[in-house]
Design a protein around this ligand. Sequence first.
Ligand code: ADP
Ligand code: MG
Length: 247
Amino acid sequence: MSKAYRRDGDVLPVLEDFSLDVPDLEFLVLLGPSGCGKSTLLRIVDGIENADSGEIILDGKDVSGTTGDGRGMVFQSFELLPWRTTLDNVAFGLEVNGVGKAERLETARSCIDLVGLSSFENAYPHQLSGGMQQRVGIARALAINPSILLMDEPYGALDVQTRDLLQDELLSIWERERKTVIFVTHSIEEAIYLADRIVVMSPRPGSIQMIRDVPFDRPRREDIKTSPEFLELRSEIWKTLKEGLKV
Ligand code: ADP
Ligand code: MG
């Protein structure tokens, strides 16, 4: 797949020959320098943006350029509607899809429960911490029961402790709900802690620079972060990223 942005006769190539197969239920993490096209790639997979060439195949079906349909997106900046409560934010996608009120509230409540926010159902976004707002963002994405969850640096705006907590929560939700995940981050530690497989992208125009399987058992435990295997993988990825930036 390839993508370029065009403005005033200038062409900015953003993704070049990017091709990737993501098996069902995989937790895939995309790592890459700022501006290499990670968000663009997720938007293309989500269908809110079109590629110039290539297609997005989901469960055997060509979904290029269409939205909804099995994909849920979680954004770094949460993107909640400030005038809606937790419950109404989470139910929003179902409302758009024409799901009846009783059913959408029931689904929304069970997703809110999944992220541990049941007692904040009636709170507005400004009454919630950043970590809680992102839990709402995750519940909202889950509410439409997507087969694939697209997460664009979802914890990038959170403090380190909250980030660690949400990583563990996400892993347990992922294990229970059985979803495929494509998770974008620029934290190497976060990538190794979460992923089954890590894809390292080159600087713009983004293409695949390296793919690594992550060898740790699940459920993941905090202490892998100080193991020699973890540190070795981290330094290998760091070297690859640095080499990419030199060219
Ligand atoms: P990343 O998420 O990896 O930081 P992005 O996908 O956001 O990268 O952006 C890749 C490149 O494309 C950047 O140089 C950015 O400025 C440019 N870009 C992103 N969106 C647009 C757009 N809508 N129009 C023009 N250029 C864009
Ligand atoms: Mg981005």
